[in-house]
Structures are given as C-alpha cells and as structure tokens.
Design a protein around this ligand. Structure first.
Ligand code: PEP
Ligand code: MG
Length: 568
C-alpha cells in the first residue's frame, strides 16, 4: 500500500474515493447573451488586463532575455490593440449576441484562418500569435483557473494541484469528505477555508497527481499528514475505528455548546467566530460564537466575476448584524493581494505579492471600489453592532487616511439623509511588525486591535506563509512572535483599548492558555475550533496562566515553547 506525505491543515480523517480536479483549460461555451453593453464592457476590461500583462512580460523579457525576444510580446500588444479585431468582436457581441469569450474566439479564428490561407510561412506564424492573444483574453474572461471544480455528485475526496480560495467557496461539506493538494501551506487561504468548513485537508503533497487516479480509495489522515492509497482491509478497519473515536470526541464537545466560556477562576473569555461568507453564520452561532471577530469580506469579491454592488454588500452586512442581534460584528474591509486575487480588477502581477500592494494599500489605490464598501458598511451599521477593521496597517498615516475617507463617506451619507452610526468603532489588524512596534501610536487613534498572527508570523520571521520549503520557520510558537503579541496586548491595554486576535493561533488549543495568561480579550476562530477552545478555557485558571507566560517568555526556541505548552 502506497502512501504520500504532506502537511495536515484541517483536522480529521477522511475515507473515500478520489475525484481529481483537472487543470484549467479555459473552458467556455458559445452562449447567447442579452445585455450586450455589459458584455462589451467585460471584453474591454479583459482586453485592458491582457495589455497590462503583456506590457509586463515585454519589460521583464527585455531585461532577462533580450530585446529581440521581447518583441514577441510587443507584437502581441499590437494584436490586443488591433482595431479590426476589436470591430469583429463588437459585431459578434452586438449583432450576433454572443458572449465575450465566444466572440473573441470567433473573431480570432477568422483572422487566423485568413492569415493561414496566405501561405507564407512567416505570415502563417502570425496566425499563431492571434490565437495566443485570444487565449490570453479568454483566460482572463473565464477568471483564469477559477471555478474549475469537477461535478461532485457523491461523497468524495478532492485531489488537485491547487485549489484557489474562490473555488473553495463552491465546495459543499456534504459531498466533499476531504481535500488534498500538491500546493499550499498551513496558512494559505485555501487551508483556512477548509478549516472553516470543517473539511479534513492535507496540502503540500509532492507528486500527488502522478500517483492518484480517479476513483482510487484513499485514507486522508490529517494528524499524520498522510494519504494512504488503496489501503488493505486491516488498515481500513483501523481507520474506521479512528473515525468512530473522533465521532465520540465530537459528541463530547457538543456538550460545551451551552456552557459559558469561563476559566476555573471565573474569568470570562470571549470566543468569537471568523467567517468568509454569510453561509458560515448559522454554524458559528450554533457553536456558540459570542460575536464575529473577523468577516473576511474579500471573498464577496473573489467568488464572482464583477465587484459586488453597494446594495448587495449592504444586504449581507445588514443580515450579519441582525443575525448577531447586537453582538459585536467586526467586518474587515477588502483585503486583496498576496494569495487572494481578483481577476476582473486586472491587477498587475508583482514580484513579491505579500510585500506588495495588498490590504489597505490596494484600497487606497482603488479608492472608488473601497468607497462602495465603506458606504455599504456605514449604511448597515444602524442594524446592529458593526465595527470596521482595517487590514495590513503598517504606519499610522494609513489609519488617518482611512479615517479621513470614512469621514468623507459619512458626510456624503448625511447630505443624502441616509442613516449611519456616527460612533462606529474603527479598529486595525496588527499583522505587521511595524504596526506592532508602534502599537502605542496606533492605539491612541483606534478603538480596538485584532492581532493577525497569520501575517504577523510571516512578516516577523521573513518567511512566506505559502512556501512549504521554509515552513520550519513559520511557527506560531516562534519566541519573537510571542514577545510581539505580549507587547501588542500590553500596549493596547495601557491605552484602554480592547485587544483581540483573529489569526489561526487564536483557535490553537495549545496557545489559548498562554494568551489567556497574557490577557487577550477576545479570541476569534473558525467554527470547527470554537467548542474545543471553550473546553480549554474551562480547564485553566487565568492566574496560573500568568505564571506560564513568564516561563514561556524565558524560553529560547519555538520547539521548547511548543513542548512546554503541550506539557501543561
Ligand atoms: C491574519 O493575517 O492573521 C489574518 C487573520 O488575515 P488573513 O489570514 O486573511 O491574511
Ligand atoms: Mg492577514
């Protein structure tokens, strides 16, 4: 029986047959459309993105390969800009009522065939270029490799080279028993979403797709980070027993649903939920979330082909606030960049996306887009206790600028006679070392902090959270990170503001006792972590944990800290 190894990222065991996600082939169909203007607009946006991509390729190849080779891309840019091609695409859309993908395909084929018929070899090659450019535009139109999931009609384990955050949202927990991918790491957004959905997942499995075939039976053991292929009957029996034991544990945790979240010495610990879509809200409420500590709103943008309108967002934020019935709902504004992309924005590819134009930086660049979200949030703020959280802050000027933009929106709403909560609380994610170090400066300008450990770890250790090769560095037990966390909590408290945490470490039962000892006010985590977190809180005393903090901060390595916390 063969087995493969990877990194377990979402708890559990899954046993089932494999369904392989094939790589994207820019699938598109000949479709009739009605809104020709919108389709023409889609084409133009995709054409602009294609041009940008090609300009970048031109510059890159000029530097790294040579002037001559770069001319290929120059030629492609000319094709993208070609008026005759655009005219034919326009005719396909306006007269034939064809979808943009098909219109591009038809128009490109027309010109390519024309060139091929001329016989000259050089000219024939140009036909190839036209097809190449058309394929690029179509890839952009179809959302590159988005929404490329196979049809799932019976329970299965999905195996893929990679699953994009946008695809994860289309996965149903009823049908997908487990997920295994070649790419990814513990805090890739795919892993976070799998955890949020409670689907066992293993990522970073080298050679996965070479070894697996559709319908193979596999056992996915998240604890061991192991995928067993076509196991023998004894192994299967063994694992079925393990599954039963997990079920018993799940039932035991159910008992914590109605319990208070209080330590042995009577300190209440706020356990909040993280969500990426409103579909997760019932599960969070059912598992006793006392508030929402992180609504990752970017998934409202990444799961569709155009930006959600103000009204669409307003309805979602309003519903969330209403369902939480006055409890805190912290909504983080658009946090795009890094491993979260939005194809229709046509963002430039960056050398270092995690150090690039992401989070608040992008919101400033795409202010019109951001303002739509802020209007929706402020309008929804009268329906409950909505608080706004800014991602990726690294200097205090960003906070000031964001607040000034918010004031503009407030004035706009006021002049239109639209209601909003003027005293809405505004907080920031502390997820860069820069923000952590000047926490005192930032604290005096905001209402709360929420520690984003996923990014704080990567930026503190200078270790890409997506790169499995250096994952030994990426640890939530890292002493530098833990010292920073203590500093953020202390500084926030000295300035009288609440300090929460919404990175993955907040739901880690090994670390919860330590953070309780540090005085963290609020822990925000995925649905699947809530009950176990409550059980942990139930078993510890805050006073004792304060001593643990002293001990831990004296330890020198992540391993020592992890071992110490495990021994508690
Ligand atoms: C974090 O960085 O800890 C965080 C919660 O944000 P995200 O994982 O969405 O970057
Ligand atoms: Mg982050």
């Amino acid at each position: 029986m063969e087995h493969l190894l990877g990194t377990g990222v979402s708890k559990g065991i899954a046993i089932g047959s494999v369904l392989i996600k094939q790589e994207h082939t820019s699938d598109y169909k000949n479709k009739s459309i009605t809104d020709v203007e919108q389709e023409w607009e889609r084409f133009n946006t995709a054409r602009d993105s294609a041009k940008k991509q090609l300009e970048e390729l031109f510059n890159q190849s000029k530097q790294s390969i040579g002037e001559k080779e770069a001319q290929i891309f120059e030629a492609h840019i000319l094709i993208v800009e070609d008026q005759e091609l655009a005219e034919l695409i326009k005719t396909q859309i306006f007269n034939q009522k064809k979808n943009a993908e098909w219109a591009v395909h038809e128009a490109a084929e027309h010109f390519a065939a024309l060139l091929e018929s001329l016989g000259d070899e050089y000219i024939r090659e140009r036909a190839h270029d036209i097809r190449d450019v058309a394929a690029r535009i179509i890839r952009i139109l179809t959302g590159a490799d988005k929404h490329d999931l196979p049809e799932v009609d019976k329970p299965c384990i999905i195996a893929a080279k990679d699953l994009l955050p946008g695809e994860m949202v289309h996965i149903s927990k009823d049908k997908v028993l487990g997920i295994v991918t070649e790419a990814g790491s513990k805090t890739s957004h795919t892993a976070i979403l799998a955890k949020a959905m409670g689907i066992p997942a293993i990522v970073g499995v080298a050679g996965l797709l070479e070894k697996l075939n559709d319908s193979d039976t596999v056992i996915l053991d998240e604890v061991e980070g192991k995928i067993l292929i076509n196991p023998d009957s004894d192994t299967l029996k063994n694992y079925n027993r393990k599954l039963e034991l997990l079920e018993i544990k799940r039932k035991e945790l159910e008992g914590f649903k109605d319990k208070e979240s209080v330590t042995k010495d009577g300190v209440e610990v706020e356990l909040y939920g993280n969500m990426a879509s409103i579909a997760e809200l019932p599960g969070l409420i059912d598992n006793g979330a006392m508030g929402i500590g992180l609504f990752r709103t970017e998934f409202l943008y990444t799961t569709q082909t155009s930006a959600p309108s103000e009204e669409e967002q307003f309805q979602i934020y309003k519903q969330t606030a209403e369902k939480m019935a006055g409890k805190t709902v912290i909504i983080r504004t658009l946090d795009i960049g890094g491993d979260k992309e939005i194809p229709y924005l046509g963002l430039e590819k960056e050398e270092n996306p995690f150090l690039g134009c992401r989070g608040i930086r992008l919101c400033f660049e795409k202010q019109e887009l951001w303002k739509v979200q802020l209007r929706a949030l402020l309008r929804a703020s009268v329906y409950g206790n909505i608080q706004i959280m800014l991602p990726m802050i690294s200097v205090v000027e960003e906070v000031r600028r964001a607040k000034a933009i918010m004031d503009e929106i407030k004035a706009e709403l006021k002049s239109e006679g639209i209601e909003y909560n003027d005293g809405i609380e505004i907080g920031v994610m502390i997820e860069t070392p820069a923000a952590a170090i000047i926490a005192d400066v930032i604290a005096s300008e905001v209402d709360f902090f929420s520690i984003g450990t996923n990014d704080l770890i990567q930026y503190t250790t200078a270790c890409d959270r997506m790169n499995p090769r250096i994952s030994y560095l990426y640890s939530q037990f890292n002493p530098s990170v833990l010292r920073l966390i203590k500093h953020i909590i202390d500084t926030g408290h000295q300035h009288g503001i609440k300090v929460g945490m919404c990175g993955e470490a907040a739901g880690d039962v090994r670390l919860i006792p330590l953070f309780v000892g540090m005085g963290l006010d609020e822990f925000s985590m995925n649905t699947s972590a809530l009950l176990e977190a409550k059980k942990t809180v139930d078993q510890i005393s805050k006073q004792e944990m304060q001593k643990v903090v002293e001990d831990v901060l004296k330890l020198k390595t992540a391993q020592e800290i992890e071992e110490y916390l495990l021994s508690l």
